[in-house]
Write a protein that binds this ligand. Structure first.
Ligand SMILES: Nc1ncnc2c1ncn2[C@@H]1O[C@H](COP(=O)(O)OP(=O)(O)O)[C@@H](O)[C@H]1O
Ligand SMILES: [Mg+2]
Length: 266
């Protein structure tokens, strides 16, 4: 049995969300990691690729309100608040790098924390939906999260984020440290969440597999966007092949833009 139900997800998904980001800068204290980024997250699955230290996590943290940001972020045309709880209430949820579950709490308790902003009765209803969406978690409902494998913990982390009923789900390197079979299952799950209507913005190091499930992608290097485009074209582009897939052959793909902060082709 798979970790998630191959039927459409019950949690999340309505209405289909988009983000428009312009002039985004963010960093840590006086140290700016991201400078003047412009990007668009459309309904479907968008992946952010790039080497270690490029600023991928910083981007998701800034969008989630975990660090200060400058610039404009519009969620479905409305200005996104800067406070984390207000951002969650508007329908954005983050599955952080390294899962960050409460190891000494059970699966159920971790999931309930994902519904901290909703009334108790609604939280109970969503817990049922989470168990319907992720049937294997029901079997593990009373297991301490810290005793689960990496892949299992990642599923709990995703289900916890879905408990907030997000319109837009952000995933920070969900496949990090997982065995290939589990990587495939997680990326497949991200795809299904997107297909069910929740917009997904995913950071991944697993370039090839991520582009295989994504609709569109951006490549971030040293805090700047260096390429963007449809996933199929990005996978064939020079910038991706040379830097990440170890292919020498230069395949020029005109539809993939290489300019900084470029918008996606229509
Ligand atoms: N809490 C922090 N304080 C100061 N600098 C940080 C902090 N977190 C990350 N950085 C720095 O910000 C840059 C981008 O990091 P990060 O966004 O984590 O990159 P990525 O997720 O792409 O690997 C790196 O130079 C990193 O050292
Ligand atoms: Mg990171």
């Amino acid at each position: 049995m798979m970790w998630y139900d191959p039927q459409p997800f019950t949690l999340g998904g309505d209405p289909r969300a988009n983000l428009k980001i312009t002039g985004l800068s963010a960093g840590y204290g006086p140290f700016l990691v991201l400078r003047d980024l412009a990007l668009e997250v459309r309904p479907g699955l968008t992946v952010i690729l790039g080497p270690n230290g490029a600023g991928k996590t910083t981007l998701l943290k800034a969008l989630a309100g975990l660090i200060p940001r400058q610039g404009e972020v519009l969620l479905n045309g409305e200005v996104l608040p800067t406070q984390t709880n207000e951002i969650v209430q508007r329908g954005m949820a983050l599955v952080p790098e390294g899962r960050q579950l409460f190891a000494q709490m059970t699966v159920t308790e971790n999931l309930e924390l994902g519904g901290w902003l909703v009334p108790k009765a609604e939280r109970a209803r969503r817990l049922e939906e989470a168990f319907a969406d992720f049937p294997k978690l029901r079997e593990r409902a009373h297991q301490l999260a810290g005793t689960m494998s990496g892949g299992e913990q990642q599923m709990v982390a995703v289900a916890r984020a879905m408990m907030s009923g997000p319109r837009l789900l952000m995933l920070d390197e969900p496949s990090l440290g997982l065995a290939p079979k589990m990587v495939a299952e997680l990326l497949g799950m991200a795809r299904r969440i997107a297909d069910a209507g929740t917009t997904v913005l995913m950071v991944e190091q697993n370039v090839k597999k991520a582009l295989a499930v994504a609709d569109r992608g951006y490549v971030l290097e040293r805090g700047t966007l260096v390429a963007s485009g449809p996933a199929t074209l990005l996978a064939r582009s020079t910038v991706i092949r040379e830097a990440y897939l170890g292919v020498d052959a230069a395949v020029r793909t005109a539809a993939v833009s290489r300019t900084a902060s470029s918008a996606l082709p229509a």
